[in-house]
Ligand binder design. Structure first.
Ligand code: SF4
Length: 742
C-alpha cells in the first residue's frame, strides 16, 4: 500500500486517518500492539530532544506512555522546528522500533562481505576492537587508522580518534556533498554557509533554485521559510532538467541541459552587467575584480549560452532581468549536494558572483551573517600534536579543502593509489557503500584493510563488511553532545534520552569511553556519562541546566544579521572585499573567474543518470523504516515520455510501472526498478531517488526494493580545486527487465 503525501503527513501529525494504518504497521513490526503513531495517545511524559532522522537537528517533543514512544511532535520552542517536524521526523519511531535493528555486538566468522557473524558480549567486542587498534598503532602508527563518520553522535568517536593520535577523520558529507559550496562561497565572500545555511529565505522576494530540490529535499525550517515567502508573494525561478515539486510553484522553470549551469550563470552576469541591473553602489563599495568580470562575460551573451544550455536567449535575458529586479532580496539558493560535474567549486563561484552583483550578501532576503552562543568546550587533556599530514591529499593536493576528504581516505587505503597507507577503518553511522562513489573501489579498499569495525543502528551494507559490529542506540535512546547552532537566532539544544536503550544496544558516548579506557585514554573520558558531560558545559557557560532539560533549548538574543539591521559588512578574503576575480585561485593555477567547459555528452542510446531525494527519506538511512515506507516504499526511474515511446532495443513503447534495468557505461547493471514515464524530465537524462536498492541481508524490509543509483556511479570527476567527487557523470541505457533479471 502506498499512501499519498497528504495522508502521510496527517498520520505523522497524529491527525485522523492514522488508525486506518495501525493494524498494518502492527503486522509489519510483528508486535501485539502498535508501538507508534497511535495518534490519540498523548504521552504521560513528554521529553524534549532533537531529531536525527537527518542532519538538520529539529527540536522534538517525544511523547512516552508505558515506556513506549507514542508520537513525535515539533518543539515550538526550538528555532529549527517551530512546532513542526518534516514527514521524516515524525517517523522517527519507525527507526526506534525497527525489528531489523542491530541488537547485540557481533564478530565476523566468514569472509568479509558474506555477512555472517556471531553475537558476542560487549566485553569481547570492545576487547577485539581495542586490541586491533593498539596493534595498528604499534605496527604502523596511529595515522594508519581512519574514522569515517556521519551524524551528530560521531563527535564521541572523533574525540576518541584524535586522542588515539590519528588526524584521519572524514565525513562523506564534505567531499561527496557540500564541500564545493563551502569553498566557493569562502573564496568569494571569505566565509562558507554552514548548516543550517545562513540564508534569509523567509524574507526573500525572489528565490532561485539551481538543481536544488527544496520540497523534495525536506529541510524543515527552509521549507517553512519557503512556504511563508511564497504565501507573501515571493517569486520562484527553478533551473532543473526535471520539473521538480518546486518547479510546480515557480514563475519560471528553465529545463536546463545537465552540466551547463555555469553557461547560464555567465549569461545572466552578462545581462545584469551590460544592462546595468547590478547593485552599483554595493559592487563599488564591497567588491574587487569587477572590471575583469565585465570583460570576462562581455561575449557570454544569452545567444552564446543557448546552444550549451538549451534555454532560449530571450528566456535567459528575461529571467536575468526578473531576478535582478528584486535585488538585493533575490536569493540564489546555495544548494546542499553540490558535487555534480567536477567543476563544482567554479559553479558555486558563479552563483556567488551573481549574488554579489545583486548585492544580496549580508542583506535582508539574501544571505545572513548569523552568530553562535558562547559555550566552553569540555576541559579535556590536549590532543597530542600529530606531525604527519592527513592521508586524503598527500603532497598538499587541494590546499583549499577545509575538511578531510572521505574519498581521499578510501584512496589511501588502496596500495599504490597514495603514498600513505591506511590499514584500519572505524566507521560510524555512514553506509560508505552508498555514500562514496564507485562501491567497487570501496570494496577493494575494505579488502586491503587489516581491520574494520562499524558502529551503527541498522545492518546496512557497510556493516556486512565489518570485522566487528557495535550496535548503537538510536537518537531517542541516548544523550549526545550539545547542539550549539550558528543561526540567525543563536541557540543551544540538548538531545536527551527519551526511553531506555532497546536490546543490547549502547549509546555512542559509552562505546567511545569504553574503547578509550581499553586504549589507555581514560584522561580523555573523565565524566560518568554524557549527561554529566553536557551539564558541565552548560554550567561552565553560565546557562540554566534546568531550563535546558525542561524545554530542550536555550535561545540567545536575536542579533542583527543584515546590513539593514546595522551589521557593518566585512569580508575575510585576502583583499578584504568580495572577490569576483580570485587571486588565490589564479595563484594555484585555476581559473580566477568561472569558465564554462561542456561536460561529456551521453553516448548514443544512453542517458545521463541524475539522482536526488524523497521528502520522506534521508537517503538510504531511512528506506528500511516501515512507517516512512507507507509513503514511499521504493524508487522509480523517471524517463521522458517522448523518449519512452521509441527507446532503442525495447521493441515497443515503455509504460509507467514496467520494470526496467539500467546498464551503465561500464556494464554495471541495476536491480529491476519501475519506470515512471513522464514529460517532467528532459529527454537526455533519467532520474531516480538515491538510497534504495539495498542488498544487505539484515534489511529485511528495504532489501530488493527499487534500485541503487550508487551501484551505477562507477565514475566520478574530481573537483581540481577542493577534491570533491562530481557524480553526475555516469550514463545508462534502459533495458526491459526479463524473467531472469526479476
Ligand atoms: S528536517 Fe525532518 S528529518 Fe531532518 S531533523 Fe528536521 S524533522 Fe528531523
Amino acid at each position: 500500500m502506498k499512501v499519498n503525501r497528504r495522508q502521510f503527513i496527517k498520520i505523522g501529525a497524529g491527525a485522523v486517518g492514522a488508525t486506518a494504518f495501525s493494524g498494518l504497521t502492527t503486522r509489519w513490526w510483528g508486535l501485539d500492539k502498535d508501538p507508534v503513531h497511535d495518534p490519540g495517545t498523548e504521552g504521560t511524559k513528554v521529553v524534549p530532544t532533537f531529531c536525527e532522522l537527518c542532519f538538520w537537528k529539529c527540536g522534538v517533543l517525544a511523547h512516552v506512555k508505558d515506556g513506549r514512544v507514542t508520537k513525535l511532535k515539533g518543539n515550538p520552542a526550538h528555532p529549527l522546528s517551530r512546532g513542526k517536524l518534516c514527514p521524516r521526523g515524525t517517523g522517527g519511531t519507525g527507526l526506534l522500533y525497527d525489528p531489523d535493528r542491530l541488537k547485540r555486538p557481533m564478530i565476523r566468522v566468514e569472509k568479509r562481505g558474506e555477512q555472517v557473524f556471531e553475537e558476542v558480549s560487549w566485553d569481547a567486542a570492545l576487547d577485539e576492537v581495542a586490541g586491533k587498534m593498539l596493534a595498528i598503532r604499534e605496527k604502523h602508527g596511529p595515522e594508519a587508522l581512519a574514522l569515517f563518520t556521519h551524524g551528530f553522535g560521531g563527535s564521541w568517536f572523533s574525540h576518541l580518534i584524535k586522542a588515539y593520535g590519528s588526524p584521519n577523520i572524514a565525513a562523506p558529507s564534505y567531499a561527496q556533498c557540500r564541500g564545493p559550496r563551502e569553498v566557493g562561497y569562502w573564496l568569494t565572500f571569505g566565509q562558507g554557509l554552514g548548516s543550517p545555511e545562513a540564508i534569509d529565505m523567509e524574507h526573500t522576494r525572489c528565490l532561485v533554485l539551481i538543481g536544488s530540490h527544496l520540497g523534495e529535499n525536506m529541510h524543515n525550517t527552509q521549507v517553512q521559510d519557503m512556504s511563508r515567502a511564497i504565501a507573501r508573494g515571493a517569486e520562484l525561478v527553478v533551473v532543473d532538467p526535471r520539473f521538480s515539486t518546486a518547479a510546480g510553484k515557480a514563475r519560471y522553470w528553465l529545463p536546463i541541459k545537465p552540466g551547463s549551469d555555469i553557461a547560464l550563470l555567465l549569461a545572466w552576469m552578462n545581462v545584469i552587467i551590460t544592462e546595468k541591473r547590478y547593485d552599483i553602489d554595493y559592487v563599488e563599495k564591497y567588491t574587487t575584480g569587477f572590471d575583469e568580470l565585465r570583460a570576462h562575460v562581455a561575449d557570454k551573451t544569452p545567444e552564446w549560452a543557448y546552444p550549451h544550455t538549451g534555454i532560449e536567449p530571450e528566456r535567459i535575458r528575461e529571467t536575468g532581468r526578473f531576478i535582478a529586479s528584486f535585488k538585493p532580496a533575490s536569493l540564489i539558493h546555495p544548494g546542499r549536494r553540490t558535487t555534480w560535474y567536477g567543476d563544482d567549486t567554479q559553479r558555486i563561484r558563479a552563483m556567488a558572483i551573481v549574488a554579489a552583483l545583486l548585492g544580496s550578501w549580508g542583506r535582508r532576503g539574501g544571505y545572513l551573517l548569523p552568530s553562535k552562543m558562547s559555550l566552553p568546550r569540555f576541559p579535556y587533556t590536549a590532543y597530542a600534536y600529530h606531525p604527519r599530514e592527513k592521508a586524503d591529499r598527500p603532497g598538499s593536493l587541494y590546499p583549499l579543502a577545509d575538511e578531510t576528504l572521505a574519498s581521499g581516505l578510501c584512496d589511501a587505503t588502496i596500495p599504490g593509489k597514495s603514498v600513505y597507507d591506511i590499514k584500519a577503518w572505524l566507521v560510524y553511522g555512514t553506509n560508505l557503500l552508498q555514500s562514496l562513489p564507485d562501491p567497487r573501489q570501496t570494496k577493494e579498499a575494505i579488502q586491503k584493510l587489516e581491520f574494520i569495525a562499524a558502529i551503527d543502528v541498522l545492518p546496512v551494507e557497510l556493516t556486512g563488511w565489518a570485522d566487528v559490529v557495535l550496535p548503537e542506540s538510536t537518537y531517542l535512546e541516548r544523550c549526545d553532545d550539545l547542539h550549539v547552532a550558528r543561526y540567525k537566532e543563536p541557540f543551544i539544544a540538548v538531545r536527551q534520552p527519551v526511553v531506555e536503550p532497546m536490546y543490547d544496544s549502547k549509546p555512542g558516548w559509552w562505546i567511545a569511553r569504553e574503547l578509550g579506557r581499553r586504549l589507555g585514554l581514560e584522561d580523555y573520558f573523565p565524566w560518568k556519562d554524557s549527561v554529566e558531560y553536557a551539564l558541565a558545559r552548560v554550567k561552565a557557560g553560565g546557562y540554566d541546566c534546568e531550563e535546558l532539560k525542561r524545554t530542550g533549548v536555550i535561545r540567545g538574543k536575536p542579533v542583527p544579521v543584515t546590513e539593514e539591521e546595522g551589521v557593518a559588512l566585512s569580508f575575510a578574503t585576502g583583499s578584504g572585499k568580495i572577490e569576483l576575480y580570485s587571486k588565490p585561485l589564479e595563484m594555484l593555477g585555476h581559473d580566477p573567474m568561472p569558465v564554462y567547459r561542456a561536460p561529456d555528452e551521453p553516448p548514443p542510446g544512453m542517458f545521463r543518470l541524475l539522482f536526488g531525494r524523497s521528502p520522506v527519506h534521508s537517503f538510504g538511512r531511512s528506506t528500511n523504516n516501515r512507517f516512512l515506507a507507507l509513503a514511499d516504499p521504493e524508487n522509480e526511474v523517471w524517463v521522458n515520455a517522448s523518449v519512452a515511446r521509441d527507446l532503442p532495443g525495447l521493441g515497443g513503447p515503455l509504460k509507467s510501472g514496467e520494470l526496467v534495468v539500467l546498464v551503465n557505461q561500464d556494464g554495471v547493471r541495476s536491480q529491476p526498478v519501475k519506470a515512471k514515464v513522464t514529460q517532467r524530465i528532459r529527454g537526455d537524462c533519467v532520474y531516480m531517488v538515491h538510497g534504495f536498492g539495498h542488498t544487505a541481508k539484515g534489511l529485511t524490509f528495504a532489501r530488493g526494493r527499487g534500485a541503487s543509483d550508487s551501484e551505477l556511479i562507477t565514475r566520478y570527476k574530481v573537483d581540481p580545486i577542493m577534491g570533491g567527487t562530481g557524480m553526475n557523470v555516469n550514463f545508462v541505457r534502459i533495458e526491459r527487465a526479463t524473467a531472469s533479471t526479476t
